[in-house]
Design a protein around this ligand. Structure first.
Ligand code: AP5
Length: 231
C-alpha cells in the first residue's frame, strides 16, 4: 500500500529526478513537490522562462535548446545557485532535469553539503527509448499553470484547453521529431553516466517509468518515504 503524506509533512531532503527526455520527470516531480508543498525546480522551465522574457541568459540559451543540446554548465549552475539560496528551499526541494552532467552533480554535492543538507535522493526513471517518441510528440503543456498532458495517453477533457485553469495547451518547440533525436543523444552521452555516478555513491533508486503515471507515482512516494525514515 502507498504511504500517505501527512498534512504539513515536510520533504526535508533534496530529491533528484534522472531520466531521458519524456521519461516523466516533470510529471512526477511536480506531483511529489505538490504532495509535500515543496519547490519543484525544473532547470528546463527556468530556461524557458528566461527565453520567454528575452533576458540575456534566455537569448544565449534559446538556440542551444532549439538544437537539442545541453546549455553550458556555467549558465545552468549560476541559475541553480541563485534559486536554491531562496528561503522556500529550506525544507527540501525537488530537482527535475538537474543535474545533467557529472560536473553539475559534483557542484550540487558540494553545494548541498555547504547548505547543511543530507545527501540527495536520486530517482532514476528507467524506460525503453522506443516509448519516448510518442510521449514527446504527444506532449502538450498549459501556458498558464504548466500542467502536462499527452494527446495520446493523458488528453485534456476539451482539446487544447487545460482542465485545471482553462489555459491554452501548447507544444514545446523542442518536441519536434528533428530535435528529439539530438536531445536523446545528448542524454546518452552526457547525462546517462550520472546513473553510474550516483549508483557508486549508493544514492540511486531505479523505477520502471513505462508503467502508468499513477503506478510510477506510487513507487516514487513509496521509495521517498522509506528512505526518509531510514537516513
Ligand atoms: P527539460 O525541460 O529538462 O526537458 P527533458 O529533460 O528533455 O525532459 P522532458 O521535459 O522532455 O521530459 P520529462 O521527463 O519531464 O517528461 P514529462 O513528465 O513532461 O530540458 C529542455 C532543454 O533545456 C534541454 O534539452 C537543454 O537544452 C536545457 N536544459 C535543461 N536543464 C539543463 C541542465 N541541467 N543542463 C544543461 N541544459 C539543460 O512527460 C512527457 C510526456 O509523457 C507528457 O506528455 C506526459 O503526459 C507523458 N507521460 C509522462 N509519464 C507518463 C506515463 N507514466 N505514462 C504515459 N505517459 C506519460
Amino acid at each position: 500500500m502507498t504511504p500517505d503524506v501527512r498534512p504539513h509533512e515536510k520533504l526535508n531532503r533534496v530529491v533528484i529526478f534522472l531520466g531521458p527526455p519524456g521519461a516523466g520527470k516533470g510529471t512526477q516531480a511536480k506531483e511529489l513537490a505538490r504532495k509535500f508543498s515543496a519547490p519543484h525546480l525544473s532547470t528546463g522551465d527556468m530556461l524557458r522562462e528566461h527565453v520567454a522574457q528575452g533576458t540575456s541568459l534566455g537569448q544565449r540559451a534559446q538556440p542551444i535548446m532549439g538544437r537539442g543540446e545541453l546549455v553550458p554548465d556555467s549558465i545552468v549552475l549560476r541559475m541553480v545557485a541563485e534559486r536554491i539560496e531562496r528561503p522556500d528551499c529550506s525544507h527540501g526541494f525537488v530537482f527535475d532535469g538537474f543535474p545533467r552532467t557529472v560536473a553539475q552533480a559534483k557542484y550540487l554535492g558540494e553545494s548541498l553539503k555547504q547548505h547543511g543538507y543530507k545527501r540527495p535522493f536520486v530517482i532514476h526513471l528507467a524506460i525503453d527509448p522506443s516509448i519516448l517518441l510518442r510521449r514527446l510528440t504527444g506532449r502538450r503543456t498549459c501556458k498558464v499553470g504548466g500542467e502536462i498532458y499527452n494527446v495520446y495517453e493523458r488528453p485534456p477533457k476539451v482539446a487544447g484547453i487545460c482542465d485545471a485553469d482553462g489555459g491554452e495547451l501548447v507544444q514545446r518547440p523542442d518536441d519536434r521529431e528533428e530535435v528529439i533525436g539530438p536531445r536523446l543523444q545528448a542524454y546518452e552521452k552526457q547525462t546517462a553516466p550520472l546513473a553510474a555516478y550516483y549508483g557508486r555513491l549508493g544514492l540511486l533508486h531505479v523505477i520502471d517509468a513505462a508503467k502508468s503515471v499513477e503506478e510510477v507515482g506510487q513507487q516514487v512516494l513509496q521509495s521517498v518515504k522509506s528512505v526518509r525514515g531510514a537516513r
